[in-house]
Ligand binder design. Sequence first.
Ligand SMILES: Cc1ncc(COP(=O)(O)O)c(C=O)c1O
Length: 424
Amino acid sequence: MSTDRSDDRPDALHPDTLAVGFGYDPQDAFGAVKPPVILTSTFAYPSAAAAKQAHRDYFDGAGPGRDADFIYARLDHPGLALLEKRFAALEGAEDAAGFASGMAAISAVLLAHLKPGDSVLHTRPLYGGTHGLLHGPIAGIGVTPVAIGDALDAASVDEATDTASRHGPVGLIFVETPANPTNGISNIAMIARAADALAGRQSGRRPVVVVDNTFLGSLLQAPLKHGADLSMTSLTKYAGGHSDLIGGAVSGDKAMVGPLRRLRTLLGTHLDPFTSWLALRSLETFPLRNARANANAAVVAAFLRDHPNVADVSFLGFLEPGTPARAVFDRQCTGAGSTFSFRIRGGEAEAFALLDHLRVFRMAVSLGGTESLICHSASTTHYSVPPEIRREVGVDDATLRISIGIEHPDDLIADLASALEAIP
Ligand SMILES: Cc1ncc(COP(=O)(O)O)c(C=O)c1O
């Protein structure tokens, strides 16, 4: 099945249209309106010479291209190639690579660009898994992670850059914006400028700037347009959207993405055919789900803000006009999304009482699904982050993270209202 059509012009279509059919031609699959799931681990070569050419293209090229002949499903397969093509179109990127999870995507990016003796800059807070990877196995191979105190402030970025440089050349800057779970904003363009400046000090070696775009998703933030080299997302969240698959993707220029696809082959972290199909099917309703969840979230956030048992709400729509965060948000993002945290008055006991009383919300980690989810960050998603760092970055025992789904907003508010009243 070819996934390449010369009349495919992603820039000529709206995301809603791209999400439904981009990159697929029914004539490639017996006229089937929907792409098939191709369950095969290996692909027959038409001739010995074609076999040699396929391997030459894959291994000697700049990086395996999306339209190369298929060899073996761990290297690439038609369903994944189609998903990557459509996802790249939604991201406004030249190319994308799909992975077995968001963490697999992050692992590939870090391993591709960091080597022993390097340092790595990162914003904070970070998703617990990313924090654990950077400060565990990546630190273990001799790479020093250094946090940027305030990624909206050029002086703070410079200070972190100087600290990191004392440990070794900065190989990569990892930016999670908005941050999980605080919705803290980083200025991508400013960080890209800092990477340019570092190139001058590191004999031309420019750190790769990668943005974890999981918290807002492709439809509300386009990191590549703001100077990121790579945009990473957990497909498990908004793109997958039904809390029934695990996947990840990285988008960027072909020259940046091709080597990640080749590394994925060595790590064995491709996205399998059935999950690729499921993710592609999910993309079709991505814009619809996003619009509904965002509208619901605005209503729920306003309810929480006005409730006497709630201390504060980190919904992006509430960023104060005139603040640096608001200015960057207005430039960088096209919506406030549907995942945010709020702090109740009290601590762990009060938070747990609220959680145990909810009936419509599911108490679970993850976000971006059709159903509304809630969890206590300090004891779940950020459990492995040391308590002093949690406190520094604003994740305390009263913090609850909430991901709003597509249910009726009145039912969500009624559920929260009753649970807030149940707090002793
Ligand atoms: C911001 C962020 N990045 C990365 C990940 C990891 O994604 P996955 O669970 O698909 O590996 C998550 C998961 O919650 C996340 O919230």
